[in-house]
Design a protein around this ligand. Structure first.
Ligand SMILES: O=C(O)CCC(=O)C(=O)O
Ligand SMILES: [Fe+2]
Length: 429
């Protein structure tokens, strides 16, 4: 028997227009911050070679022969794949030096660089709730023909959330950093900028770990970089190397946050919006490494960028909110229950991840995934429906304000978290 046709939700244009406007603003900010920065001349000095063969190179005034020496002192660069370091010149051709083999006068915290980039990067100018550790990771030299193909950085602990790369003003061409998120792409081509107007500057780019990026081929000269891992609060292995100063900002959410706040207020005041009450659902924009045995709420203090901003907006509006794992499934087949509503899609909202697997339970996933605390959601504007036993499924309506990403598998991805963020209705709904 053919399945009854899906009945489209009845959503008034006043609501759909508001939803798409909200999404546009939510995704408007790029997932990185970049630019050039002036530092003290002495901060360009890099020492390496150890006591047997000590060397110092001025990376603001380096001759090709000195850069060649630095490159020769490095080893071939590897990259992280499935928790191991892999060397593959088809994927990454570059040289690297580990942190115990060199010392650089430049320090991102003391130079003031972190204070400059931090508010814009993490909270779009709003309040910053987290302390961050910025750990020097590697020195890299990209000589002629070097590149690093598209990849996402491997999180080195579940508190690592991003990377900082600084590019020294050594003459080179090519070696642009391309960043991608969803369908969008940005290029940070520091080669010209670090040597523009005759005064050497440091190029910098800071991005979230889940942003795909690649380094294009260096066509001449040497591109010398330092990379840093960024951790929330605590870090994985050693003592923190650098603690970010909390910038002194007026409290409250950012400019984009203010815009979202006004939009949310407008939603809640709209009479067409969830007239019988319900939930607002937000698919998080970024990925988060999470121990799948822990409640999803453990990442609430580590939200990034506009995810953190949304949380702040809800706090300011006095809206209750929480983080959840969400499973999309069907609550039954129509011909068993005799219910002709057709679509029985239900989002099962849990505080923790479901521990079973699809293979173990072929049928009736709906009954296995839900637990006593689960909330069951149906699309706003649709009617309630019955399960296979003829019982009405106790669903509440949800408007997915930002879409639920579908491309991540919570079991397979090492990021683990495909969590969602919910705002129960205010009294206006
Ligand atoms: O050098 C850069 O701009 C990025 C390097 C990079 O992607 C990495 O080290 O993982
Ligand atoms: Fe990378």
């Amino acid at each position: 028997m053919p399945r009854p046709a899906r009945i489209a939700p009845q959503i008034p244009a006043a609501v759909t227009d508001r939803l798409s406007a909200f999404q546009k603003v939510f995704f408007s900010k790029p997932p990185f911050v970049s630019g050039v920065y002036s530092i003290d001349k002495a901060d360009y000095l890099l020492y390496y070679g150890g006591p047997q063969n000590p060397r110092c190179i001025d990376l603001a005034n380096a001759a090709d022969a000195d850069l060649q020496h630095l490159s020769d002192a490095c080893a071939p660069a590897t990259f992280g794949l499935n928790n191991t370091d892999v060397y593959d010149e088809d994927y990454r051709k570059a040289r690297k030096m580990d942190v115990d083999a060199f010392s650089c006068k430049f320090d991102p915290a003391h130079s003031g660089l972190l204070e400059l980039i931090w508010p814009e990067f993490l909270s779009d100018g709003g309040d910053i709730k987290q302390k961050v550790v910025c750990e020097l990771y590697k020195l890299n030299v990209y000589g002629q023909g070097s590149f690093f193909k598209a990849h996402k950085d491997t999180p080195r602990s579940d508190t690592m959330f991003g990377s900082l790369v600084v590019v020294f003003p050594t003459p080179h061409e090519g070696g642009a950093l391309i960043l991608r998120e969803n369908e969008k792409e940005w290029t940070f081509d520091s080669a010209a900028e670090v040597l523009a107007d005759g005064s050497p500057k440091l190029g910098y780019v800071v991005f979230f770990s889940d942003v795909e990026h690649e380094v294009t081929k260096v066509t001449s000269g040497y591109r010398v970089t330092l990379t840093y891992n960024l951790y929330f609060n605590a870090k994985s292995t050693d003592e923190p190397t650098t603690l970010l100063h909390q910038p002194h900002l007026p409290s409250g959410v950012s400019k984009v946050g203010q815009e979202l706040k006004i939009m949310l207020q407008d939603f809640l005041a709209c009479p067409d919006f969830l007239p019988d009450g319900g939930f607002l659902g937000f698919g998080l924009r970024f990925l988060y490494p999470l121990d799948a045995t822990k409640p999803v709420s453990t990442i609430s203090s580590s939200l990034k960028g506009c995810d953190a901003m949304l949380q702040a907006v809800c706090d300011e509006l006095g809206l209750q909110h929480s983080l959840h794992a969400v499973y999309k499934t069907s609550a039954g087949c129509d011909y068993y229950s005799g219910d002709s509503d057709g679509d029985k899609t239900v989002h099962i909202v849990r505080d923790t991840f479901w521990k079973g697997t699809h293979q173990q339970v072929d049928m009736d996933l709906y009954h296995y995934i839900r637990d006593k605390k689960s909330i069951l959601l149906r699309a706003a504007g649709t009617r309630t429906f019955k399960d296979d036993y003829g019982k009405v499924v106790p669903t509440k309506e949800v408007h997915w304000v930002t879409k639920v990403p579908t491309q991540y598998n919570v079991v397979k991805s090492h990021y683990g978290a495909s969590s969602r963020f919910f705002v129960p209705p205010s009294s206006a709904c």
